[in-house]
Design a protein around this ligand. Structure first.
Ligand code: PXL
Length: 447
């Protein structure tokens, strides 16, 4: 039995079906496990031919093939927590129950019955076997309202029904029942039989694709419990995780969009990289003996957006801008998201047209600087600062106009200023530190 001796990272298992569309089943489970930093293993119960519009065909594996996968993993790695998803048939449920007992697995049971977009995933004959043989072995079960109703034998249409159903399900021999609220009032309800207590985890509905949300929720519960989080804390983290995965769902097919369990982790990574890039850019500018002469009266700023940035909060820049002090560039405040409206406005306009252009900085305007930009081979476009549109930022509107006029994103967008407005040059590029190097090169060429 190998436990990672250095980090003691928990190893968990999903015993579930495969969704060829990559949204639900083991795809969702393994992505979720990865997001929580636990090592995920899997025993596939059934291969579904599926896309976002529904399940076309299912191919159940022989119970022996499922047992063999569980055996292979459990004979080599120390697994405490596991979850089940699609179990398909009575024979599979029986075999899984046998394996759970044999390996002493602490089980989170997601009573999967049907796919979001339609298609039965549990045969009628398997239902009673699930209730009689597997449910009493599990520590936690995570039905949605429909599944809770089926298990409890009562319709679950509101939070009061959910309470009744949770108690009835617990009476079947389960320690904890969590009725998820996605089909009710978005509030999850935990019932713990030992203490006969109910806990509500409130939530609000969010928009986005929900295909795979149940799998993701139960996998998140499994990961948290494997990391020794208490039940209630695990339920809060799992809910939060699913909400974020739904919000980051991508419209990859014609039907119900799959949740994106890795979306938040990847976004966090991009935020970190953007901050680091601006940090490096500021160091490059502050180190330069020449750059300070390019700093305009109002100061300059340099920004870097995360991919797919939608607002100022997605763009990192310097709080309070960069000012000239003793002939050098000095950042006034720290580097943070939402720290600049000016360069962020330019970047947001640019990446709407060309997603790879995520950085911008403003420098002083002079004919010489503009001519030097041209001599460096940068494409140049301009807008009229005097034109104001009610309710729209001049920079956003102006940058979009300049981009449209140019027929793409140029390397430079400038304006000649207006009453009380300093004229300005903005450099655009794919990264902040790369722009900082360009700005230093530009400064070296200026008298
Ligand atoms: O979300 C339930 C579910 C579980 N397992 C598999 C699925 C689905 C839903 O589509 O395809 C394999």
């Amino acid at each position: 039995m190998t436990e990672n001796p250095l980090t003691k990272i928990p190893i968990v298992m999903t015993i579930a079906g495969s969704d060829s569309g990559g949204g639900a089943g083991i795809a969702a489970d393994l992505k979720t496990f990865a997001s929580f930093g636990v090592h995920g293993t899997c025993a596939i119960t059934s291969v579904t031919a599926q896309n976002t519009t529904g399940v076309l065909e299912t191919f159940d594996l022989a119970p022996g093939a499922i047992a063999s996968q569980i055996e292979a993993v459990c004979s080599d790695m120390k697994i405490k927590w596991a979850k089940t998803g699609m179990l398909a048939s009575a024979e599979i449920v029986k075999q899984v129950a046998k394996q759970v007992k044999k390996h002493g697995l602490s089980l989170v049971l997601d009573p999967v019955m049907a796919a979001e977009a339609g298609g039965d995933l549990l045969q009628k004959e398997a239902f009673s076997v699930l209730i009689e043989e597997l449910l009493p072995l599990c520590k936690v079960t995570t039905p949605n309202a429909f599944e809770a109703g089926a298990l409890a034998g009562i319709p679950v249409k509101n939070p009061e029904d959910a309470k009744l159903a949770a108690r009835k399900i617990a009476d079947l021999g389960v320690e904890a029942v969590i009725v998820t609220g996605g089909h009710l009032d978005a509030t999850d309800l935990i019932y713990e039989s030992v203490s006969d207590t109910f806990t509500r985890i409130p939530g609000t509905f969010v928009s986005g694709g929900t295909h795979g949300s149940g799998c993701t929720y139960s996998a998140a519960m499994t990961a948290c419990l494997a990391c020794d989080d208490r039940l209630e804390i695990s339920a809060m983290k799992a809910k939060n995780f699913v909400v974020q995965a739904i919000q980051r769902s991508m419209p990859v097919g014609r039907g119900v969009g799959p949740v994106n369990p890795l979306g938040k982790a990847l976004e966090d990574k991009e935020r970190y990289l953007a901050l680091e890039d601006v940090k490096e850019a500021v160091l490059i500018l502050a180190d330069s003996h020449e750059f300070a002469k390019l700093i305009p009266e109002v100061g300059c700023n340099i920004g870097m957006a995360i991919p797919g940035a939608r607002n100022y909060e997605d763009v990192a820049a310097v709080e309070g801008r960069i000012v000239r002090c003793r002939g050098r560039a000095n950042p006034v405040g720290c580097i943070d998201f939402g720290a600049s409206k000016h360069v962020a406005g330019v970047i947001l306009a640019a990446l709407r047209e060309q997603p790879g252009i995520r950085a911008a900085m403003n420098v002083k305007y002079s004919e010489e600087i503009l001519a030097t930009c041209r001599s460096l081979g940068l494409g140049i476009s301009l807008f009229d600062r005097e034109k104001e549109t009610e309710g729209v930022s001049t920079i956003d509107r102006g940058s979009s106009e300049a981009i449209k006029e140019y027929g793409g994103v140029p390397g430079v967008i400038y304006d000649e200023g207006g009453v009380g407005k300093e004229p300005m040059i903005r450099l655009l590029g794919t990264g902040a530190s790369e722009l900082a190097k360009l700005a230093v090169e530009l400064a070296r060429k200026i008298e």
